[in-house]
Design a protein around this ligand. Structure first.
Ligand code: FES
Length: 130
């Protein structure tokens, strides 16, 4: 039985990390979009739809790290991933589920900027897109 079928039947075959509050934000502003953010968004929707359907994949209007995109932020993991490609969707899922953070996707992240991005998300100071 697939995870989505399990949810429809009220069964719990989903990993514990697939909480209803978990959100994954994909920047959708010009620079990230020009580097393929929409394809990343679609790939994440596909990967999470079956395995972790309660995780919400959302577009976001710019994290202010435009030269590092496409950028993906997972607030629950306090994690910003940069230069994400559609093929990285499974790696993003691993991060959501508490796995290791992919080294390649962390090469352009700056700890101070990461804290600023997460702080702004926490405070609701940036437009959240959809
Ligand atoms: S365009 Fe994506 S962080 Fe600004």
């Amino acid at each position: 039985m697939s995870a989505s079928a399990a949810v429809e039947k009220g069964q719990s075959e989903l990993p514990a990390q697939c909480g209803a509050e978990t959100r994954v934000y994909v920047c959708n502003n010009t620079d990230c979009r020009n580097r393929g953010a929409e394809s990343v968004f679609s790939a994440l929707k596909t990967v999470f739809e079956d395995a972790c359907p309660t995780v919400q994949i959302r577009r976001y209007k710019c994290f202010g790290a435009c030269n590092s995109g496409p950028n993906v932020v997972i607030p629950d993991r306090r994690c910003w991933l940069s230069s994400v490609k559609p093929d990285d969707a499974s790696a993003v899922r691993q991060v959501v589920e508490g796995g290791e953070w992919p080294v390649r996707l962390r090469q352009q992240t700056d700890p101070d900027l990461e804290e600023m991005i997460l702080g702004m998300i926490d405070a609701g100071l940036l437009s959240r897109g959809e």
